[in-house]
Design a protein around this ligand. Sequence first.
Ligand SMILES: Nc1ncnc2c1ncn2[C@@H]1O[C@H](COP(=O)(O)OP(=O)(O)O)[C@@H](O)[C@H]1O
Ligand SMILES: [Mg+2]
Length: 287
Amino acid sequence: MEQALIRESTGRQSPTLVSRRVSRDNRQTVGDPFVADPRMTCRNVNVYYGDKRAIKNVSLDVGRNEVIAMIGPSGCGKSTFIRCLNRMNDTIEGCRVTGEITLDGQNIYDSGLDVVALRAQVGMVFQKPNPFPKSIYENIAYGPRIHGLVDSKAALDELVENSLKKAGLWDEVKDRLHEPGTGLSGGQQQRLCIARAIAVSPEVILMDEPCSALDPMATAIIEDLIDELRQHYSIVIVTHSMQQASRVSQRTAFFHLGDLIEVGATSQVFTNPLHELTEDYITGRFG
Ligand SMILES: Nc1ncnc2c1ncn2[C@@H]1O[C@H](COP(=O)(O)OP(=O)(O)O)[C@@H](O)[C@H]1O
Ligand SMILES: [Mg+2]
């Protein structure tokens, strides 16, 4: 992979191109944050909690049929950033977002936009599985019903079945659809939450550390699932596990103190980072 080329003056000789990493004090994004045919675009996004700026002028695209991983030390703004993508920050008192974010070319912060519909198009899966205190069936059926996506019981049954199949959970729950979702194991509950997001036909699924409460077996199942889901959806995943980012994502974005420091193909970011801060992080020097 190509390294950052920085023009350096070497004494009395003429300037030469030296291959080395971008230095720690450079806060501009390096690498390529843009894709040819984006599903979502973010331009100059800032997020403030009161006076504190938690996201600083971030521009980044989310491509189609890709998994993009958000990595970086705790508190660098990963959760804050992904919450911008479906306006979940709107629900946080004192939180303000500036800049432009589009989904399929439409600004999602337009005043007339239906936020409930947006959150179906850009679904979210959280760190701790959070099924509704309802049956497995109702966990899936609730969204399509309130969004008016089906007009008969048979169509709803079919949608529930297909959503559970896509989330790789159907075989494990088909004989107990009317038992509480909260009775499932942690990994099954997380797949139930993924099925619930899928049921309302999203384009993008945001996942904020979806495996950090799961054991290694359940984690492996979810990682395989994420790879399959990429055929139909764009997935933005926050993860603390660099192994996980390497296994599931095609692109990786590295954040540090609210700045988007580096974006690139996952293989490049992990094997040949362009920025010293990225290198510090992936080699375990902090975070
Ligand atoms: N609801 C909130 N109110 C005030 N500050 C917040 C809130 N949520 C996050 N922050 C601050 O914003 C920064 C980024 O946090 P966060 O997005 O949670 O980081 P990460 O997900 O990378 O750990 C941190 O300094 C954090 O303390
Ligand atoms: Mg977080």
